[in-house]
Structure formats: structure tokens, C-alpha cells
Design a protein around this ligand. Structure first.
Ligand SMILES: *[C@@H]1O[C@H](CO)[C@@H](O)[C@H](O)[C@H]1NC(C)=O
Ligand SMILES: *[C@@H]1O[C@H](CO)[C@@H](O)[C@H](O)[C@H]1NC(C)=O
Length: 419
């Protein structure tokens, strides 16, 4: 992907960039600043259009049929998010125009992501995470502090969206990790590109798209399978699973890409050509060894009461694990992920180890031995705090808290939260 004209960047670099809705003085935008804003312009278009189409397509009955205890629970939230994204887009585009640049206008197709409400919700959850990851990665590129401030003021709101969508998933932790994962613009484009229809030339080359092809539940013990145009076998290839807060990805031979225990929440997955783990920051992360990815999946190993209250409430159905994935290639894996939610009783070979969430106070070495796992994140924690975790409110413990969702209460015959 290339700029059809370099005049956009040149014009932006030459003129002050002003975010009119933010308390900013005019500043001289560098070419790097301008690139981030043009990139944000495309992402916000994608988000705005996605929610607009989703809200237009589905009726209240579609939302209640999807298990929401009230259709308003979903539509109010999705409408608010759509309005936020539209506002972001307006401000970003005006900023570009104010500086003599033409905002890139792209078309999108969401057919595969708007097949039903569960797929809409699963896709939205990933789209917002990709938005967070994009602004996070963009933060390292922006050179002018005032623009960084403006972009960060959008980032925090994208993160709020993402949290609410974790709750609306019914199976996810609202705040699954103490840290998020930054992605480069090229990595973000790899994911978003699956929704782009027609030309949308940002002047960046996307990394090769990667789709997770598992159709059953993904959880601890699941062997992940993939599809990427650039990958035909597994020889000499490695999978890399990145979680928030982990210093490195977990690097495994591609034919043994098994989800380790202790993961809850979003995971970014790459295929690489060597066994060096990828670094969890976009400045130092190796690019030459990347063969495909990332793909974003959610591994929901610790369902929370909050999600249960909005989704599947009253059915008594506790979903212990699920997966929600997004991918390019017509977002095929979104459909796969949504249709696989949850594993129980759908005839798929559900991996047994998956159904037992780690206790909240689990502390131990990560599968790669690099960091200490606390059962929620890959963040090192002092050993002395282990006994305090039961009261820190970060997660229900199925062993000690009778009000918390428990894997043992799952009824395989109960209706799924996504049906
Ligand atoms: C977007 O779609 C509209 C309507 O179909 C079309 O006129 C326009 O050329 C498309 N633009 C791009 C960049 O694909
Ligand atoms: C595809 O991957 C191989 C390594 O497996 C690499 O040599 C090649 O350059 C890649 N091609 C593209 C287009 O990324």
C-alpha cells in the first residue's frame, strides 16, 4: 500500500495540525504525526461504519435472542460507541483538512461480521481492542507531545468501549489484564484490511494476514491452527502468543502451538520464522522474522458475574471458556469463533482442561519460565501478595466464592450465551 500522492504528508508536515475539539494550540505536525492521524482517520471510519451498519441491521428482538437480558443493554452501549467513533472521525478529518490534507476515504464490507448479533458483539470486542492497540502503538510514532495528548485522549475512550464489550460478551473478564498490547500500524492494517473494500492506500505495507481456524473452544490445552496466505506447512515456523504485560511472546513450534494455562483475555498471535520470542513493544519488536499476523483472539477462562448479568441471565448457563477471533480474509475466523461459543454441548471436541479456570490466587512460572503468572495476567507480582488475591476483587475464585461463576455449575445442555 502506498500513498498515491506524497503531497498529503508533505502538506501535513508543512502546516500546523490542530485538533479542534481538544484544547490544543496549533503545532507543527511532523510527517510521522500526520501519518498517525491519517491512519487514525481510516480506523475511525471503519469503526463508525461498522457500528452504524450493525445498529441499522438488527432489531431489538435480535439482541434479546442473542441472550441480552435487555436489548437496551446492547443498543444503548453500541449507540454510544458509534457516536464516539463518529466524533473522533469528524475531529480527525477536520484536523487533516485544516492542514490542507485530504482525509483518505475508504470503503468497508462487514458482511461476514454482521451475520448475527453474537458475531457483531464478538467482532466489536476485537475491533475495539485493535483500536486500543493501534493508538498504543501510534504513541511511539507521534513526535509532538500535544498530538500525543490528543491521541491518548481518544485511546482512553477506546479502552472504555473495549471494557464494556468484554462485559457484553457475557464470558469475558471486564478488565482481563493490567496491561494492553501495542501493535504497529502495519500489524493493525493486517487485521483491519479484511474489512477494507477497494483502494485504501495509507502508504504502509500490512503484515501478512493471519486467521485462527479452530472451530471449537479455544482454551488452555487447545492446539491452535491457522490460515495465512504465506503459510503452507509448519516446518521451520513458530507461533508467538503475546499477552498484555508479558515482556515477550510465548514462542512455540507451529505444529505444537498449544495454549498454555494461565491466559485470560486478549492474545495477539503471530507466526514467525525463528524461535526468538517477539518483544512486547513496537519499537523493539522484530519485523523481519514475522511471517504472518497478528491475529487477535480472546481466551475467556475467567467468566465474571458482571457479564453473566447482561448475557444469558436467568438461564443458569455459565460458560467457562470461549473464544472470539477476528481475522482478515473476509473475517472468516470471526464466524468460526462466534459459532464455537461456547464449547459445551455443541458436538465439538471440547478440550477438558479448558473448563477449569485457574484460581484467582494461582501463582507460578509462565509456560516459558520467563515470568510469574498470577492467573489473570503475565505480570510479575510479589510472592507475598499471593494470599491477598482472594480479596483484591480482581476475579472471582470459583473455589471459595459461592456467588462467583463456577465451571462446575456449567450445564452442557443449557442454551449457549451466543445462540
Ligand atoms: C466507495 O463506494 C462508493 C459507492 O459504491 C464508490 O462510489 C466509491 O468509488 C468507493 N470508493 C472506494 C475508495 O472504493
Ligand atoms: C513468506 O514467508 C517466507 C518464510 O516462511 C518468507 O521467506 C517470504 O518472504 C514470505 N513472503 C511474504 C510475501 O511475506
Amino acid at each position: 500500500m502506498r500513498y498515491s500522492s506524497s503531497s498529503v504528508l508533505a502538506a501535513l508536515a508543512a502546516a500546523p495540525l490542530l485538533v479542534s475539539a481538544a484544547p490544543l494550540r496549533a503545532r507543527a505536525a511532523t510527517a510521522a504525526d500526520a501519518l498517525v492521524f491519517q491512519f487514525a482517520n481510516v480506523l475511525e471510519q471503519l469503526e463508525t461504519e461498522f457500528y452504524a451498519q450493525g445498529l441499522a441491521k438488527f432489531q431489538d428482538s435480535d439482541f434479546t435472542a442473542a441472550g441480552f437480558s435487555s436489548s437496551l443493554l446492547a443498543t444503548q452501549t453500541l449507540t454510544t460507541i458509534q457516536q464516539d467513533e463518529a466524533t473522533h472521525l469528524t475531529v480527525i478529518q477536520q484536523t487533516l483538512k485544516d492542514n490542507g490534507a485530504t482525509p483518505l476515504v475508504c470503503n468497508f464490507t462487514f458482511d461476514s461480521a454482521l451475520t448475527d448479533v453474537p458475531t457483531l458483539a464478538a467482532t466489536a470486542r476485537v475491533v475495539e481492542y485493535v483500536g486500543v492497540a493501534a493508538y498504543l502503538g501510534g504513541a511511539t510514532i507521534i513526535q509532538t507531545p500535544q498530538f500525543l495528548d490528543a491521541a491518548a485522549s481518544i485511546l482512553t475512550v477506546e479502552a472504555r468501549h473495549q471494557t464494556v464489550l468484554n462485559i457484553l460478551s457475557g464470558t469475558g473478564s471486564a478488565i482481563p489484564s493490567a496491561f494492553d498490547i501495542p501493535l504497529t500500524p502495519q500489524e493493525v492494517l493486517s487485521i483491519a484490511g479484511g474489512f477494507v473494500a477497494g483502494p485504501c492506500d495509507l502508504g504502509l505495507t500490512a503484515t501478512n494476514p493471519l486467521a485462527v481456524t479452530n472451530t471449537g473452544a479455544i482454551s488452555s490445552g487447545t492446539l491452535l491452527t491457522f490460515k495465512a496466505t504465506n503459510v503452507t506447512g509448519t516446518d521451520g515456523l513458530f507461533c508467538n502468543m503475546m499477552t498484555g504485560g508479558a515482556p515477550f511472546s510465548i514462542n512455540l513450534a507451529l505444529d505444537q502451538c498449544i495454549v498454555p494455562p494461565g491466559i485470560n483475555g486478549p492474545v495477539a498471535i503471530w507466526i514467525t520464522s525463528d524461535d526468538q520470542p517477539l518483544v512486547n513493544n513496537v519499537v523493539d519488536r522484530a519485523t523481519t522474522q514475522q511471517v504472518a499476523g497478528p491475529a487477535i483472539i480472546f481466551i475467556d477462562s475467567q467468566p465474571e458475574v458482571l457479564g453473566q448479568m447482561v448475557r444469558g441471565s436467568g438461564t443458569g448457563s455459565i460458560v467457562s471458556t470461549t473464544t472470539q477471533t477476528i481475522s482478515p480474509d473476509q473475517a472468516a475466523s470471526i464466524i468460526a469463533g462466534a459459532s464455537a461459543t461456547p464449547a459445551s454441548g455443541n458436538g465439538q471436541a471440547a478440550p477438558a482442561p479448558a473448563s477449569t479456570p485457574l484460581p484467582a490466587d494461582f501463582v507460578g512460572p509462565s509456560p516459558d519460565g520467563k515470568v510469574t503468572v498470577n492467573g489473570l495476567t503475565m505480570v510479575p507480582r510479589p510472592a507475598a501478595s499471593a494470599s491477598a488475591s482472594a480479596s483484591d476483587g480482581s476475579a472471582p475464585s470459583s473455589a471459595t466464592d459461592s456467588s462467583a461463576p463456577s465451571a462446575t455449575s456449567a450445564d452442557p445442555s443449557a442454551p449457549s450465551a451466543s445462540s
